[in-house]
Design a protein around this ligand. Structure first.
Ligand code: CO
Length: 145
Protein backbone atom coordinates (compact mmCIF):
# COMPACT_ATOMS: atom_id res chain seq x y z
CA UNK A 1 0.00 0.00 0.00
CA UNK A 2 1.22 3.52 -0.76
CA UNK A 3 1.09 6.19 1.94
CA UNK A 4 -1.89 7.66 0.15
CA UNK A 5 -3.81 4.38 0.18
CA UNK A 6 -3.02 3.94 3.87
CA UNK A 7 -4.35 7.46 4.48
CA UNK A 8 -7.57 6.70 2.56
CA UNK A 9 -8.25 3.45 4.43
CA UNK A 10 -7.72 4.91 7.88
CA UNK A 11 -10.26 3.86 10.53
CA UNK A 12 -12.44 6.39 12.38
CA UNK A 13 -11.06 5.08 15.66
CA UNK A 14 -8.22 7.13 17.19
CA UNK A 15 -5.64 5.75 19.58
CA UNK A 16 -6.30 7.15 23.08
CA UNK A 17 -3.99 5.25 25.42
CA UNK A 18 -2.29 1.96 26.25
CA UNK A 19 -2.80 0.45 29.70
CA UNK A 20 0.12 -1.21 31.43
CA UNK A 21 -0.69 -3.38 34.46
CA UNK A 22 2.10 -3.20 37.05
CA UNK A 23 2.72 -4.82 40.44
CA UNK A 24 3.98 -1.55 42.00
CA UNK A 25 3.05 1.82 40.52
CA UNK A 26 5.83 3.83 42.22
CA UNK A 27 8.45 1.43 40.79
CA UNK A 28 6.81 1.62 37.38
CA UNK A 29 6.90 5.43 37.44
CA UNK A 30 10.62 5.42 38.32
CA UNK A 31 11.34 2.93 35.53
CA UNK A 32 9.53 5.06 32.92
CA UNK A 33 11.45 8.06 34.23
CA UNK A 34 14.83 6.31 34.18
CA UNK A 35 14.45 4.69 30.76
CA UNK A 36 12.54 7.40 28.84
CA UNK A 37 12.81 10.56 30.95
CA UNK A 38 9.00 10.46 31.05
CA UNK A 39 6.97 12.31 33.69
CA UNK A 40 3.91 10.78 35.34
CA UNK A 41 0.75 12.36 36.70
CA UNK A 42 -0.11 12.11 40.39
CA UNK A 43 -1.27 8.69 41.50
CA UNK A 44 -5.06 8.43 41.77
CA UNK A 45 -7.18 5.80 43.48
CA UNK A 46 -10.10 4.51 41.40
CA UNK A 47 -12.42 2.87 43.89
CA UNK A 48 -14.79 1.40 41.30
CA UNK A 49 -12.05 -0.83 39.90
CA UNK A 50 -10.03 -1.05 43.09
CA UNK A 51 -6.86 0.18 41.41
CA UNK A 52 -4.28 2.95 41.59
CA UNK A 53 -3.51 4.67 38.31
CA UNK A 54 -1.04 7.21 36.96
CA UNK A 55 -0.67 8.52 33.42
CA UNK A 56 2.75 8.67 31.76
CA UNK A 57 2.77 11.16 28.89
CA UNK A 58 4.64 10.87 25.62
CA UNK A 59 4.28 13.41 22.80
CA UNK A 60 1.67 11.34 20.96
CA UNK A 61 0.60 8.69 23.47
CA UNK A 62 -0.57 8.30 27.05
CA UNK A 63 0.29 5.17 29.00
CA UNK A 64 -2.06 4.34 31.85
CA UNK A 65 -0.25 2.52 34.67
CA UNK A 66 -2.57 0.39 36.80
CA UNK A 67 -1.81 -1.37 40.08
CA UNK A 68 -4.52 -3.47 41.77
CA UNK A 69 -5.34 -2.53 45.38
CA UNK A 70 -6.72 -5.94 46.32
CA UNK A 71 -7.42 -9.44 45.03
CA UNK A 72 -10.94 -8.29 44.06
CA UNK A 73 -9.61 -5.88 41.48
CA UNK A 74 -10.07 -6.95 37.84
CA UNK A 75 -6.36 -6.24 37.36
CA UNK A 76 -5.31 -8.68 40.13
CA UNK A 77 -6.08 -11.80 38.09
CA UNK A 78 -4.11 -10.41 35.16
CA UNK A 79 -1.07 -9.92 37.42
CA UNK A 80 -1.42 -13.45 38.76
CA UNK A 81 -0.77 -14.65 35.20
CA UNK A 82 1.80 -11.91 34.48
CA UNK A 83 3.51 -11.23 37.82
CA UNK A 84 6.02 -8.72 36.43
CA UNK A 85 3.26 -6.73 34.74
CA UNK A 86 2.38 -6.41 31.08
CA UNK A 87 0.23 -4.69 28.49
CA UNK A 88 -3.37 -5.08 29.64
CA UNK A 89 -5.44 -3.28 26.99
CA UNK A 90 -5.31 -0.49 24.50
CA UNK A 91 -7.93 2.18 24.10
CA UNK A 92 -9.39 3.64 20.93
CA UNK A 93 -11.62 6.70 20.94
CA UNK A 94 -14.63 7.64 18.81
CA UNK A 95 -16.94 10.68 18.45
CA UNK A 96 -20.01 8.94 19.84
CA UNK A 97 -19.47 5.92 22.05
CA UNK A 98 -23.17 4.97 22.28
CA UNK A 99 -23.48 4.94 18.50
CA UNK A 100 -20.27 2.90 18.23
CA UNK A 101 -21.65 0.41 20.77
CA UNK A 102 -24.90 0.04 18.78
CA UNK A 103 -22.90 -0.48 15.56
CA UNK A 104 -20.84 -3.25 17.21
CA UNK A 105 -23.95 -4.96 18.56
CA UNK A 106 -25.48 -4.91 15.11
CA UNK A 107 -22.33 -6.63 13.78
CA UNK A 108 -22.72 -9.18 16.64
CA UNK A 109 -19.33 -8.20 18.09
CA UNK A 110 -18.80 -9.62 21.58
CA UNK A 111 -18.89 -6.60 23.93
CA UNK A 112 -17.99 -7.10 27.58
CA UNK A 113 -20.22 -4.37 29.05
CA UNK A 114 -22.67 -1.67 28.09
CA UNK A 115 -21.18 1.85 27.90
CA UNK A 116 -20.34 3.05 31.43
CA UNK A 117 -18.58 6.14 32.74
CA UNK A 118 -14.83 5.85 33.24
CA UNK A 119 -12.85 7.58 35.99
CA UNK A 120 -12.41 10.58 33.67
CA UNK A 121 -16.18 10.97 33.16
CA UNK A 122 -16.21 9.79 29.55
CA UNK A 123 -18.31 6.79 28.49
CA UNK A 124 -16.55 3.60 27.45
CA UNK A 125 -17.10 -0.08 26.66
CA UNK A 126 -14.76 -3.07 26.18
CA UNK A 127 -14.52 -5.43 23.19
CA UNK A 128 -13.88 -9.06 24.18
CA UNK A 129 -10.33 -10.29 23.34
CA UNK A 130 -11.79 -13.15 21.26
CA UNK A 131 -12.83 -10.57 18.63
CA UNK A 132 -9.36 -9.21 17.79
CA UNK A 133 -6.65 -11.90 18.17
CA UNK A 134 -6.50 -11.89 21.96
CA UNK A 135 -6.24 -8.13 22.57
CA UNK A 136 -8.58 -6.49 25.10
CA UNK A 137 -9.74 -3.20 23.58
CA UNK A 138 -11.41 -0.30 25.36
CA UNK A 139 -13.48 2.12 23.27
CA UNK A 140 -14.20 5.53 24.74
CA UNK A 141 -15.50 8.91 23.68
CA UNK A 142 -12.96 11.50 22.42
CA UNK A 143 -11.82 13.94 25.01
CA UNK A 144 -13.82 17.15 24.45
CA UNK A 145 -11.89 20.40 24.86
CO1 CO B 1 -7.87 2.29 29.70
Amino acid sequence: MSNNEIEMSRSNFNVDHIAHAVPNIEDAISQYKRVFGAKASNIKIIEKQDIKIAIVSFANLKIELMEPLSEKSPIASYLQKNPKGGLHHYCLSVDDVNQSYEDQKEKKINIISEPTKGYHGRNLYFIHPSEVCGALIEVEEHEKE
